[in-house]
Design a binder for this molecule. Structure first.
Ligand code: FAD
Length: 436
């Protein structure tokens, strides 16, 4: 990888997400050589992916170059690499660009979409975990309307204009709200020759309420907001199959749709070599102690979504959210230095700042530890928190200006099919229809 061997201990961080970047910023100032590996050369601000999907923001405004973060630290290196395996016995990491040795390894690989073993949904549904996936989805949604214009087959047109979102956590709720707003404000003007009222947005949730990790009040209000926007909510319903056209559920309910969006779960993005049965717990996360040290290893740590640290308050591990990842990255930044110097480390204690979700224009729900509120004020709080959390001054400015413009003009200008998405089976369906 062309990284010089120096007298400084080498810390390799796998993953430039919320946890990895926070850690790198702290270790970069120390007498250490820091090597960051990531399959992307940018950090993704995942909470705003749904806005890229729905044309509210350009992808660049929620991405930030990892090299730009590391450039201030002369002993820090970045390599664009897909990590394939860790060999702890030899202290080697195998990647698609070669191997690298480490003195200390930090796994900050985050999570990946969890289909709970449903291969049909995995093969035929759409995920929204990365910017490329969001762009695929943006193209598919717009291509659906272009196709709907062309077909005379009413069933197919309905399937093209029917959207099924599986999983009503913050991602599913925010996506459903954004789609409902497009339906109301943008699509009727873009497609005056289509009856947009036929468009259906179905939000399917396995448990008995949406936003089930938030307070019952937040769930209730979010459901009211969504229903007002015309979203159909199906709670207590589990999707069992999707063949690319028909969605089957465990209830007496099915949908015909060419777009199923799966936001129903994530699991730890473990790496080969650190994925043995005894190392991995619930949610495919790597077991760590209260210092984020991987069980059984003195020189390997895991932070963020991929780390499973059960505590009295969080018996199933911390929530897979940005705050625990940032806080663990921050603490390990000082703990690792202490550890190398033989000093005692400080145990991790999660400070829960609360959670929130927006449902659309002027509508959001916020649960703070001692205060829960919903509506317009919550929406302003949501905007402020997300602008503040974005990395990079330019990104904050661009997002702010975009939101202001969209708010005033009731618009979302990034509704562009830049990179057409080839949905499996669609060509065959179009050809068959043309022949009829
Ligand atoms: C759509 C969506 C919306 C969300 N909304 C919110 C929200 O509103 N609030 C909130 O708090 N949280 C939200 N989250 C969750 C939040 O984004 C995660 O909890 C957070 O990103 C975890 O940080 P992390 O550093 O552990 O992992 P990540 O930020 O996911 O970073 C992991 C990094 O590792 C890299 N990587 C992984 N495997 C490899 C490999 N094998 N080789 C090389 N590189 C690799 C990835 O490319 C990535 O850059 C959302 C997540 C999604 C998907």
């Amino acid at each position: 990888m062309n990284i010089p061997k120096t007298s400084f201990p080498r810390v390799v961080i796998i993953g430039g997400g919320f946890a990895g970047l926070e850690l790198a910023k702290r270790l970069g100032k120390q007498d250490l050589q820091v090597v960051m590996l990531d399959r992307h050369n940018y950090h993704t601000f995942q909470p705003l992916l749904y806005q890229v999907t729905t044309g509210g923001l350009e992808p660049d405004s929620i991405a930030y170059p990892i090299r730009k973060v590391l450039k201030n630290y002369p002993n820090s290196y970045f390599r664009l690499a897909e990590v394939e395996q860790v060999v702890p016995e030899k202290k080697i990491i195998k990647t698609d660009i070669g191997e690298i040795t480490y003195d200390y390894l930090v796994i900050a690989t985050g999570s990946r979409t969890n289909y709970f073993g449903n291969e049909a949904v995995k093969n035929n549904g759409m995920a929204m975990k990365t910017i490329p996936q969001s762009l695929n989805l943006r193209s598919l949604i717009l291509e659906n309307f272009e196709q709907a214009l062309l077909t005379n087959n009413l069933d197919r047109r309905n399937a093209l204009m029917n959207f099924v979102i599986v999983g009503a956590g913050p991602t599913g709720v925010e996506l459903a709200g954004a789609l409902a707003e497009i339906k109301k404000g943008i699509l009727p003007k873009d497609y005056p020759d289509l009856d947009i009222r036929q468009m259906q947005i179905n939000l399917v949730q396995g448990t008995d309420r949406i936003l089930d990790a938030m307070s019952p009040k937040a769930s209730k209000k979010a459901a009211e907001f969504l229903e007002k926007l015309g979203v159909n909510i199906w709670t207590g319903t589990i999707v069992t199959n999707y063949d690319g056209y028909t969605v089957a559920t465990n209830a007496d309910l099915s949908f015909e749709t060419e777009t199923l969006i799966w936001t129903a779960g994530v699991e730890g993005a473990t790496l080969k070599g650190i994925d043995g049965k005894d190392l991995v717990a619930r949610g495919n996360r790597v077991k760590v102690d209260e210092f984020n040290q991987v069980e059984g290893f003195k020189d390997i740590f895991a932070i963020g979504d991929v780390a499973y640290m059960p505590t009295e308050k969080y018996p199933h591990g911390h929530p897979m959210m940005a705050q625990p990842a940032i806080q663990q990255g921050k603490l390990l930044g000082s703990n690792l230095v202490k550890y190398i110097q033989g000093k005692p480390m400080k145990p991790f204690r999660y400070f829960d700042k609360g959670s929130m979700a927006t449902v659309g224009r002027n509508k959001a729900v916020v649960d703070l530890p001692h205060w829960k509120f919903q509506g317009v004020f919550a929406w302003f709080v949501w905007i402020f928190v997300h602008l503040f959390a974005l990395i990079g001054f330019k990104n904050k400015m661009v997002v702010f200006v975009n939101w202001l413009y969209n708010y005033i003009r009731f618009d979302r200008e990034a509704r562009l099919i830049i990179r057409p998405y080839k949905k499996k089976g669609r060509e065959a369906a179009v050809k068959k229809e043309a022949e009829q």
